[in-house]
Design a protein around this ligand. Structure first.
Ligand code: URA
Length: 481
């Protein structure tokens, strides 16, 4: 049975509260619903909650490990949680610890599986009365559908699509993302089968008995159901569901319909990207227009900053550099990378033999995120939500410039470009592809060079930045199209 992270978390909390040590937790017997657990009656019962402080990095790691297919993952996750809450709060800092090493490897495998999914899912087009819909079948190495589906929402938000994996399916109707169970007794049609066969397949894999009806009603107005071929059987199933099935439906499915929602291009006010490069007479362009950006309130940052800071560079640039967000000087001048990090970046570009005017330079987030401290405004790393909210502007830039290579500088830039959190040191050696077809490379952010702990590390990071810039520029085929 598939176990959600939330179910694991509930059970782990309950064990922690009752002081059950990892060696006594018997995770092998746990099936995710508590029913086969030896101590089922009390396992998930409310307990006097003791407050445990679990660092965000640990929670994020646990969420990743939960997607791994290793049968021991739940036990390993609990051991980590136990240690962190029993005197080893900073355990993750101990890179030599056996558990940390093993879990870090598992998390990297999950991230890689997620990345591969973003790169290798291929949709086929099905034409229906209601319009076109796109379907894909994919078997990720780990159970990463839920963590990866938002990537497809972001990239293919204007399409209606369904992705089917051995762990279940995801469906996007341009408004909402829904997860559903897949009935694998239905054989996959051959690749060259007719559209009708594929449609039949998609109708039959969807298992409405696993739907959270209450959630579905709330998140997806009934009026939408008729547009989902797989939802045609829902009313009958709801009507005929036995009480037991009804209870199952009510208790198991918070995950089935995620409250994830994005708006469509025209609604969210994305300017039409100058795809045909009609603007090429202007050697330099800024997408989106400055005024559009100044008035952006997709996240709270716009209201606090002085102005929006769009990217800058030739429309024909083959390489796009993406940083994190404008700093204090950029916020005041309205131009990207003009402060200390910018000066270092421009020096590194020169050392790599690249004219900084030949590349398009921008940021994942277009407004300065800061915390006031006295008279100073201290840089504050943007939240993932803020980076995602700003994704429409970065998408518009990528659309407009159509670079061959995007060099993401730092982890925030990687989230903006790839829609997922990756470690820069690992992503530097990954082969990443943006849905536009652009090759994505990763390097250190110039600020990481500035903040390096000592001179040798600074020199090392600086050299890595220069060599990544050079390699990316070569891969892009030089300055302009
Ligand atoms: N850091 C960034 O990521 N971008 C800028 O524009 C300036 C500093």
């Amino acid at each position: 049975m598939r176990v959600s992270f939330e179910a694991w978390r509930r059970h782990a909390r309950s064990l922690l509260a009752r002081g059950v040590a990892p060696a006594d937790a018997a995770w092998e017997a746990w099936r995710g619903d508590g029913s086969l657990f030896a101590d089922a009656a009390s396992a998930d019962a409310p307990t006097a909650e003791r407050e445990y402080r679990v660092p965000a990095a640990v929670v994020s790691l646990l969420e990743q490990i939960a997607c791994h297919r290793d049968p021991q993952r739940h036990a390993l996750m609990y051991r980590l949680l136990w240690r962190v809450t029993h005197g080893e709060h900073d355990l993750l800092d101990d890179a030599a610890d056996d558990d940390v090493i093993r879990l870090a490897r598992m998390a990297a495998a999950v991230r890689l599986a997620s990345h591969k999914m973003t790169a290798f899912v291929r949709f086929r087009e099905l034409r229906e009365d209601e319009g076109v819909r796109y379907v894909a079948v994919f078997a990720p190495e780990h159970d990463v559908l839920e963590r990866t589906a938002p990537f497809f929402v972001k990239r293919f938000g204007t399409m209606v699509w369904t992705i089917v994996t051995p762990d279940g399916g995801a469906h996007w109707d341009r408004e909402r993302l829904a997860f559903f169970d897949v009935d694998h007794s239905t054989a996959l049609p051959a690749e060259d089968a007719t559209e009708a066969l594929w449609l039949t397949y998609y109708e039959s894999i969807f298992n409405p008995a696993r739907l959270n009806v209450a959630m579905m009603r709330k998140e997806m107005p009934v009026a939408y159901w008729k547009h989902l071929p797989e939802a045609k059987r829902i009313p009958a199933l709801i009507a005929g569901a036995s009480e037991r099935a009804g209870q199952m439906v009510a208790t198991t499915l918070e995950r089935e319909v995620a409250p994830y929602r994005i708006q469509r291009g025209s609604e969210r006010g994305v300017p039409d990207a100058p795809r045909d490069h009609a603007l090429a007479e202007t050697t330099s362009m800024r997408i989106p227009g400055k005024r559009t950006l100044d008035s952006c309130r997709r996240c709270p940052l716009g209201a606090k900053a002085t102005q929006g800071v769009p990217g800058e560079g030739p429309v024909t640039a083959r390489m796009m550099l993406v940083g994190e967000q404008p700093g204090d000087e950029e916020d005041l001048s309205g131009k990207p990378f003009v402060g200390p990090a910018g000066r270092l970046l421009r020096r590194a570009l020169a050392e790599a033999g690249i004219d900084s005017g030949a590349v398009y330079i921008t940021n994942a987030v277009k407004h300065f995120s800061f915390e006031p401290r006295g008279k100073r405004r201290m840089h504050k790393t943007p939240a993932q939500k803020e980076i995602e909210a700003c994704g429409v502007w970065l998408d518009a830039e990528i659309d407009g410039i159509a670079p061959a290579v995007i060099l993401a500088m730092g982890a925030s830039a990687l989230i903006g470009v790839m829609g997922q959190r990756l470690k820069v040191s690992e992503a530097r050696s990954m082969e990443l592809i943006h849905p536009s077809g652009a090759q994505v490379r990763a390097t250190y952010h110039p600020s990481a060079v500035l903040r390096a702990i000592d001179e040798p590390r600074k020199a090392e990071l600086h050299a890595a930045l220069v060599s990544d810039l050079r390699a990316a520029f070569e891969a892009a085929g030089g300055a302009s199209a």
